[in-house]
Design a protein around this ligand. Structure first.
Ligand SMILES: NC(=O)c1ccc[n+]([C@@H]2O[C@H](COP(=O)([O-])OP(=O)(O)OC[C@H]3O[C@@H](n4cnc5c(N)ncnc54)[C@H](OP(=O)(O)O)[C@@H]3O)[C@@H](O)[C@H]2O)c1
Length: 352
């Protein structure tokens, strides 16, 4: 099953399938995988479009020459871009057939079943929660390498956790993440006040103030880092997402108070050291813009200390459909199949 093996000079590519190519995350997977040198995208599935040419649903993917099917055939690695619950219903069957699975839904991100069920309802296959690896390679690379099931992180959590990870062990519990997402973060299904142009254009609003499902995911990873650093207190995370009238992008602005005195230069040095050697994280001295990440797997992070209040302010920007979904999933696939981590993901951001 190992990838891109050479038999008599002929390179055997990894056979890969995308489940639910008709959503935004699935389509973005197909776009990036189409240029991945060690992959053959063999099957794509989509409930509402089964039997149709992929190019009929997405003109930009016509050259792949694929038909949308109902199953993933003999794909060795499967990406599930289904909504939560639908994903956990099919993943056990895929694993039983000996395939590796990267699940883009929330079904295998939260390790504690009771926490998952408090936010998402009954889990269809909870016995796999122990085995699933949280697929944030910057934090869990070694576990991803040996995993057969990866829970790919959410888009807001990717930006927020990467923004705070270097200081998770030296901040007070009271943490605020104020985050903004482009409209594609809400998916392709039509919802009047979420993605209809006349409702969202030239308007900004917060949502999820009574609790957003990404809050426990961010808290889980920050608390894991705190435990590893010997800190006994859990974060009290206030997470406030906003919908912004742009197509792609997440900007997470994170606020906390440091428990150690650091100068701005020491803070910057701490971030640079923490992310040294991480191919997709760039620590920058000016606050990043979401547009600088478009179409790329990069996360740009700018850590600052407010001169007026001494408060830590970190801004972190990603493309929600790439580092926040499809790109990160392919980064995980590369690790799971012993490929170069950056393979197929080298594209620089599209700008402006
Ligand atoms: N959008 C993002 O930025 C992003 C980021 C990170 C993770 N994710 C995750 O990736 C997954 C896909 O998100 P998305 O934004 O691509 O969604 P999307 O564009 O809204 O796609 C959802 C599609 O899933 C299909 N579907 C719904 N229920 C189904 C079911 N029970 N069985 C089979 N198909 C079903 C429907 O397609 P049909 O019309 O064909 O039935 C629906 O249009 C979600 O789990 C999401 O949480 C998304």
């Amino acid at each position: 099953m190992s990838a891109a093996l050479s038999f008599g000079g002929k390179v055997q590519k990894i056979r890969v399938g995308v489940i639910n190519v008709t959503g935004y995350a699935g389509a973005e997977l197909a776009r990036i995988l189409a240029r991945h040198p060690a992959v053959e995208l063999t099957e794509v599935t989509g409930r509402s479009a089964a039997g149709q040419p992929l190019g009929k649903v997405f003109a930009h993917l016509a050259e792949l020459g694929l038909n949308i099917r109902e199953d993933v055939g003999d794909a060795e690695v499967c990406f599930s871009a289904l909504p939560h619950h639908a994903s956990a219903e099919i993943v056990p069957g895929l694993l039983a057939q000996g395939r590796k699975v990267i699940d883009l839904s929330a079904d295998y991100r939260i390790e504690d079943q009771a926490t998952y069920e408090a936010w998402y309802g009954a889990h269809p296959s909870p016995s796999y929660l122990d085995e699933a690896v949280y697929g944030l390679p910057e934090l869990h690379r070694a576990d991803v390498v040996s995993a057969r099931l990866v829970g790919n992180p959410g888009c807001y959590p990717t930006a927020s956790i990467l923004g705070l990870a270097p200081v998770a062990g030296i901040i007070e519990p009271d943490v605020i993440v104020d985050a903004k997402s482009g409209i594609s973060g809400a998916g392709r299904s039509q919802v009047l006040d979420v993605n209809q142009f006349s409702e969202v254009n030239e308007s900004v609003r917060a949502y999820g103030l009574d609790g957003h499902r990404h809050q426990p995911e961010i808290a889980q990873e920050l608390n894991r880092l705190r435990s590893a650093a010997g800190v006994g207190t859990a974060v009290e995370l206030t997470f406030v997402p906003h919908l912004i009238p742009m197509t792609r992008g997440i900007l997470a602005t994170c606020y906390a108070r440091l428990t150690e005195k650091l100068s701005p230069d020491e803070l910057m040095e701490r971030y640079r050291e923490y992310y040294a050697g991480q191919p997709f994280v760039r620590v920058v001295s000016d606050p990043p813009a979401t547009k600088q990440t478009w179409g790329s797997n990069y996360c740009f992070i700018c850590p600052k200390i407010s001169p007026q209040t001494g408060r830590l302010i970190v801004t972190s920007a990603i493309d929600n459909l790439v580092k926040g979904a499809a790109g990160q999933a392919i980064q995980n696939m590369n690790l799971m199949t012993a490929q170069e981590e950056t393979l197929g993901l080298e594209a620089l951001p599209t700008y402006p």
